[in-house]
Ligand binder design. Structure first.
Ligand code: ADP
Ligand code: MG
Length: 373
């Protein structure tokens, strides 16, 4: 096999689990994907990592234990990948492991991803590159998004294009021929929808968007969601996470809309779900219209690409085609994990993976640190 083998492990804000890919990279950093797996988080780990997003008792010790548990799930994903591909651990140059974000506060100079790269290296016998965001934050940047340079490598076209990642949070990459990529977070993607869906139906997410599609968008509530949140009107570069879009964000807005509209009870649960979906679609398409009105297509990745109702909303709000990245050769479920394999490749190559135009940092930086095998 030609090229160098890397593994990417991505576990994002949604807390759904780990997406893992094994890929070989050529000298220019272009990937050929060899295998992929998704490993869901055990319920207790998911709940603990969710709890660690908020202030709580004995956080330091609990974080260390959760990080070790996460490393064990990561190691299981690596093991499955190697078995699927028939590859030995010794053939893989490095794993790029994102870790689990529990705080993201670049304005205060920190971002925290729970991770235990030392344990992951120990369990797998493979070098681990991790802690990708902190150097960019130290250089005055947002530490996010880190994927635009990778998106440019694999999705650049002969025309202006936007890549929209719909994970827990949504981020866009703007690609124009001959120009540096741009990118920033646009707001919630699935995080609020998942919260509401779980609260009202017991399901972790709204499969295919069917429940939300049975409801009707509540126009006043949507307006209130958009108007009452100053973050939406901040200029790029910007990033966000569960620090802002948490349960009380949603609860307080539902309460104030009911008071404002003099409603004795909340809108129907499915209407709220439809409205949260519309919020995701509006935030993303407003950003695209404002920053990339020349885009000739929008490629969507992340779990939100599987929400048919959300994809329809996006298409209804944009004049250009909205397609899953599968149409450009990479499964929408694998783009972000592949990006973290690329970030490990970039670290090993000494390639600066961050762009000041994206994160607002003082300059490009080599991201991550390596825990050798
Ligand atoms: N079949 C589906 N229908 C609707 N939404 C889905 C589906 N599959 C996944 N999702 C959504 O995608 C989310 C996971 O997306 P992902 O890209 O992994 O996000 P993150 O990077 O935050 O982990 C889930 O929490 C869920 O909201
Ligand atoms: Mg995920």
């Amino acid at each position: 096999m030609s090229g160098s083998l890397f593994i990417g492990l991505m576990s994002g804000t949604s807390l759904d689990g780990v997406d893992a890919v094994l890929a070989s990279f050529d000298a220019r950093g272009l990937p050929t994907q060899l295998a992929r797996v998704s490993v869901p988080f055990p319920d207790d780990l998911k709940h603990e990592m969710l709890a660690l997003n908020s202030v709580g008792n004995n956080e330091l010790a609990r974080s260390a234990l959760a990080a070790n548990a996460l490393a064990r799930v990561y190691a299981a994903a690596v093991d499955q990948l190697l078995n699927l591909a028939g590859i030995q651990a010794s053939e893989v140059l490095a794993i790029g492991a994102h870790g689990q974000t529990v705080r993201h506060s670049p304005a205060q100079g920190y971002t925290i991803q729970l991770n235990s790269p030392a344990l992951l290296a120990e369990l797998t016998g493979i070098s681990v590159v991790a802690d990708f965001r902190s150097r960019d934050v130290a250089a005055g940047g947002q530490g996010a998004p880190l994927v635009p340079v990778f998106h440019a490598g694999v999705f650049a076209a002969g025309h202006p294009r936007v890549v929209l990642n719909l994970g827990g949070i949504a981020n866009i990459t703007i690609l124009r021929p001959g120009a540096e990529p741009l990118g920033f977070d646009t707001g919630p993607a699935n995080v609020l929808m998942d919260m509401w869906c779980h609260m009202r139906t017991g399901h972790p997410f709204d499969a295919d968007g069917a429940w939300g599609a049975s409801g009707v968008v509540h126009a006043r509530l949507l307006r209130h969601f958009l108007d009452a949140e100053p973050w939406f009107s901040l200029p790029a570069p910007k990033s966000t996470g569960r620090d802002l879009f948490h349960w009380s964000w949603l609860e307080s807005r539902l309460t104030s809309v009911c008071a404002e509209l003099n409603l004795a009870s909340q809108p129907r649960a499915e209407d709220i779900q439809a409205t949260l979906r519309a919020l995701t679609a509006h935030c993303a398409t407003d950003a695209i219209r404002n920053y990339a009105p020349d885009a000739q297509d929008v490629l969507v990745c992340g779990g939100g690409a599987r929400n048919a109702a959300l994809m329809q909303d996006l298409q209804a709000l944009l004049p250009c085609p909205v397609l899953a990245t599968d149409h450009a050769g990479i499964s929408s479920q694998d783009v972000e994990a592949l990006a973290f394999a690329w970030l490990a490749w970039a670290h090993r190559q000494g390639v600066a993976a961050s762009k000041p135009a994206v994160t607002g940092a003082r300059g490009p930086r080599i991201l991550g640190a390596c825990w050798p095998a």
